[in-house]
Write a protein that binds this ligand. Structure first.
Ligand SMILES: [Fe+2]
Ligand SMILES: [Fe+2]
Length: 288
């Protein structure tokens, strides 16, 4: 089974439109057995997804998708968990796309197991010495000071002075609306991912695992810039990597989310971050 994996098309963002259309033409031309969208396909109403998936209608085989964090951004108090579990599932089925977060994909003796993944702050950078509560609020100390409204993070006497120069925030904090904590959400998704991998291991000989967020610390890109380094807390969770390693039939792992190509080897398989940016779209081909 020849799998083509792409990610982070962000088709709702102006500068991503032209490169996504070029990518769609290329992927439809080269062809494959299965096409996977590894999250952050677009955002907003169902029509946006219809447009984005529609570009790949010329692809001959089944099209599969997982959710990305941008796909569960909501407005007006809507619930991101409902969007993740129900709306995205319906949007995918209306577009003839298999929603991997709901169930694995099977073909012959191979399976593709996918999940959005999330972050439990296991990748948060120790060297910045920023207390956990700032990551939970998705705002760096410098941004909390500048923006105001974060009195609940005080007293800030455990924050080193240079941490006040970290001025970024992670926009999921504004756009993702969950009734449960990020750690609880990560565990909820991880449980489903484990169940799907167990089911696929029963039914199949070979598995390709695809997660939107990063499952292995080696795939997290580090930076000397504190604002970039702060963001690594939201790149993923090592829990997903640990789960993958429990299933020896996994032959290959892909993720998206970080907009940078990264690769690492774990035992028998390679794990790859696809590396699409807003302006340049990337894909990988793997024969499972
Ligand atoms: Fe993205
Ligand atoms: Fe993402």
């Amino acid at each position: 089974m020849r799998i083509i994996v792409t990610s982070d098309l962000h088709y709702n963002i102006a500068r991503s439109k032209r490169p996504t259309r070029a990518l769609a033409e290329k992927i439809c031309r080269i062809g494959g057995d299965v096409l996977v969208f590894a999250g952050d396909t677009t955002g907003g109403p169902a029509s946006r997804f219809e447009e984005a998936f529609g570009l790949f209608e010329g692809f001959k085989g089944p099209r599969l998708a997982i959710a990305g964090n941008h796909d569960i951004w909501v407005t007006g108090g809507d619930d991101s968990l409902h969007r993740y579990e129900n709306e995205l599932r319906d949007i995918c089925s209306q577009n003839d796309v298999h929603y991997l977060d709901a169930e694995p994909f099977y073909a012959d003796d191979a399976a593709i197991v996918g999940n959005m993944g999330w972050y439990d702050f296991s990748f948060r950078p120790a060297r910045l010495q920023i207390p956990l509560r700032y990551y939970q609020a998705k705002v760096a100390p410098g941004a909390a000071e500048r923006l105001g409204g974060y009195q609940h993070l005080e007293p800030a006497d455990d924050v080193p002075r240079n941490a006040l120069e970290v001025t970024t925030r992670w926009m999921d904090g504004e756009r993702v609306n969950l009734a449960l904590s990020d750690v609880a959400f990560t565990h909820k998704l991880a449980e489903t991912f484990r169940r799907h991998l167990a089911e696929a291991s029963e039914r199949s000989e070979r598995i390709c695992a695809i997660v939107h967020h990063v499952p292995f610390a080696e795939l997290v890109p580090h930076s000397i810039l504190p604002n970039w380094e702060f963001a690594t807390a939201f790149h993923g969770s090592e829990l997903f990597g640990e789960i993958i390693l429990d299933f020896p039939k996994v032959r290959r792992v892909f993720c998206g989310h970080i907009h940078k190509e990264m690769r690492c080897r774990r035992g028998l398989f390679e794990a790859t971050s696809i590396g699409s940016t807003y302006k340049e779209k990337a894909y990988e081909i793997f024969d499972l």
